[in-house]
Design a binder for this molecule. Structure first.
Ligand code: SF4
Length: 295
């Protein structure tokens, strides 16, 4: 099993108001084997060789323990920015589970982004943290079509399974919603897909959906994506080359119409979609509890 040693694990998040109110960030693994064809973490700037082979950060839990014990300011710790915290190695290593135990012990909150149903294994811990601190879970869903999902996100459970995860977490009182990102131009940027995701989100009790109507593409990430397009969607690459050349941000050509449809659908079902509303809503629960215990 590959591993690396690290000096630090907890980093400060500068603009948490733009990312689910996170105060700190942790990545317990390096690389990810979920194989999403669009993954931004493959970009050269992150310098992760052999990205698809996950490496555990051998001393991550020991370092996290020390760092949490010494932090004066409590806050929400975000997981899942560079690697899925519930990747296949987690079943064996249980680093995410151990870090949740520490987060609970030291009175922090947590914000988790994942595509995996393995998160349900840690339900009891999430519920314990949720009693006194903020918990928010973002399940990433980019397509409502399981067959398409198997092509673009081949190493993790399909979208229908992820909707079930949303339902189960919600039933246990965990504030859960969808990260509808990326939206792949010419592949998932259809009104039909956006509407279906919002409808299924409603049926499964999602509290929010946060989206960005496009994707990023740069250097190694672009090379990998184009290679996969050639395999999975012949002739699609030329559409990208023609419309986006070497752009970093590749926003859907239908973005205005799609965002309008998205907003209308979310409003119809009472699903939150603005970042400030999402943050306010999941934090309100703890504030309410504090007020009640005060009185
Ligand atoms: S789950 Fe996230 S980190 Fe892993 S391959 Fe997919 S996009 Fe990349």
């Amino acid at each position: 099993m590959d591993y690396i040693e690290v000096k630090n694990i907890l980093s400060k998040v500068e603009h948490g108001e733009e990312w689910f109110g996170a105060d700190y960030n942790i990545n317990l693994y390096r690389g990810c084997s979920h194989g999403c064809i669009y993954c931004d973490s493959r970009s050269r700037c992150y310098q992760i060789d052999h990205f698809d082979t996950i490496k555990r950060k051998k001393n991550a839990i020991e370092i996290l323990h020390k760092e949490l014990a010494s932090k004066k300011k409590k806050g929400v710790i975000s997981m899942g920015s560079m690697s899925d915290p519930y990747n296949p190695l987690e079943k064996e290593c249980q680093y995410t589970k151990q870090s949740l135990e520490l987060i609970h012990l030291y009175g922090f909150g947590v914000s988790i982004t994942t595509k995996s149903d393995l998160i349900l294994r840690d339900m009891d811990l999430l519920k314990k943290i949720n009693q006194k601190n903020d918990v928010i879970v973002q399940i990433t869903i980019t397509t409502a079509d399981d067959e398409l999902c198997k092509k673009i996100e081949p190493g993790v459970c399909v979208s229908s399974k992820r909707f079930e995860v949303i339902k189960t977490l919600g039933q246990e009182g965990i504030f859960t919603g969808i990260l509808l990102s990326p939206v792949l131009p010419f592949i998932t940027d259809t009104e039909e897909n956006i509407k279906k995701i919002v409808q299924l989100a409603h049926q499964n009790g999602a509290k929010f959906i946060y989206t960005y109507m496009g994707m990023t593409l740069r250097d190694d990430q672009r090379d990998y994506y184009y290679k996969k397009l050639d395999e999975l969607f012949p002739h699609m690459r030329s559409q990208y080359e023609k419309n986006y050349r070497n752009y970093y941000l590749c926003i859907s050509l239908n973005r205005r119409r799609l965002y309008y449809v998205f907003q209308k659908e979310c409003e119809k079902y009472g699903i939150l979609y603005k970042m400030e509303d999402i943050i306010k809503a999941y934090r309100a629960k703890i504030e309410k509890k504090e007020q009640m215990s005060f009185f």
